[in-house]
Design a protein around this ligand. Structure first.
Ligand SMILES: *Cc1c(COP(=O)(O)O)cnc(C)c1O
Length: 356
């Protein structure tokens, strides 16, 4: 049974948030790109224009998470991710705005020059407390992978008489100080917002496609789509983890989101559609297809994608169109989830691929 948009918005309003973003973010038709690809009609949802730091999907999550931090009277947020993390930058920017200190534990996940560039430069300008660590085994996605370091930093904060809030990577999986899937709730909200926009334009969309990393975005969109318009398929382009285990993680977040919101739908395995064949060389590692996708969208539309997430998702969209995955009449919404500061630390690889 489908739920109406006002009904789901009412459920979401039970979870207080700070308003940080000028909403709705724009929904634009990519006329030139659609024409050039000769396939379905492509729209772009501009969640890169959230207005927090350089924008991106983590802003929507943080609207809910920062309220939870304030409710818990915490004065330090501790979080972790890769060195060029968009999540960590956005978290630091929001924290600073509310007078809260941000401690960012940044793991070296892949080779990038260790200089103040991209998000790391912005973290530095924000005067975030940055701790750079080696990623043992390259795995830092889950709380259990980083438990020791987090505990060490948490104790340090407590010894100073301050109250820490442990925010899980990406704001996706509950854990640490976050007991509810607040990030995913932000993306159920985004789905409702998108469907209000498409309704107003008289558009019947068939697919939502986006880059998927820690799962909150996909879980939220999948729950929103299933609840509001079951026929819309949400396609998550994984940038780091393989379908088998990542699918279970996303499903768990989605089911938790349904329970938390108290909506009467059932999310099943089939609702979580993940493509993992575009991970290619690994998380954050550029390839020619991604570089070409970034240039293509820039040249056709004057919009910049990023090398780690949205560039990969666009390379996937182009490949799927070329393989005939979609019908010509289909309407697809591509979520621009931000991440553009990562273009700069990847400049050498980008230029090399563009020249070759
Ligand atoms: C974090 C991030 C994603 C993935 O979102 P998740 O909710 O972590 O899956 C996609 N794009 C960009 C630019 C991001 O920073």
């Amino acid at each position: 049974m489908a739920i109406s948009i006002p009904e789901i918005k009412k459920k979401i309003e039970c979870f207080p948030k700070k308003n940080l973003i000028p909403l709705p973010t724009p929904l634009q038709k990519l006329e030139n790109l659609s024409l050039a690809l000769g396939g379905p009609e492509i729209y772009i949802k501009r969640d890169d224009l959230t207005g927090v730091a350089f924008g991106g999907n983590k802003s929507r999550k943080l609207e809910f998470i920062i309220q939870d931090v304030l409710n818990k009277n915490a004065d330090v947020i501790i979080t972790w991710a890769g060195v060029q993390s968009n999540w960590c930058l956005q978290t630091a920017a929001v924290a600073r705005k509310f007078g809260i200190k941000a401690i960012l534990i940044l793991f070296k996940l892949y080779d990038l020059p260790e200089e103040y560039d991209g998000n790391l430069l912005l973290d530095y300008i924000l005067d975030a407390d940055v701790r750079i660590r080696e990623a043992e085994g390259g795995k830092v996605l889950k709380l259990e992978d980083v438990q020791d370091v987090i505990e060490e930093v948490q104790n340090e904060v407590k010894e100073l008489g301050q109250t820490p809030y442990i925010a899980p990577i990406g704001g996706s999986m509950k854990g640490g100080s976050m007991e509810k899937p607040l990030g995913a709730i932000g993306y159920v909200n985004a789905c409702a917002e998108l469907l209000e926009q498409t309704e107003e334009l008289g558009l019947e969309i068939n697919y939502i496609l986006h880059a998927s990393g820690s799962g909150g975005t996909q879980a939220g969109l999948a729950v929103g789509a299933k609840a509001l318009r079951e026929e819309i398929k949400v396609l998550g382009i994984s940038v780091s983890d393989y379908k088998k285990s990542y699918g279970e993680d996303v499903l768990a977040i989605a089911q938790d989101t349904v329970r938390t919101l108290g909506i009467d739908i059932e999310i099943e395995k089939e609702d979580i559609i993940i493509f993992d064949e575009y991970i290619k060389e690994g998380y954050g590692i550029l390839n020619k297809e991604v570089t070409e996708a970034i240039r293509f969208v820039a040249v056709k539309e004057g919009i910049f994608l990023d090398p780690v997430y949205t560039g990969k998702a666009m390379a996937a969209l182009i490949d799927l169109i070329n393989k005939g995955y979609f019908n010509k009449e289909d309407i697809i919404v591509f979520f621009h989830t931000g991440g553009t500061p990562a273009l700069f630390p990847n400049k050498n690889q980008l230029v090399n691929f563009l020249k070759s």
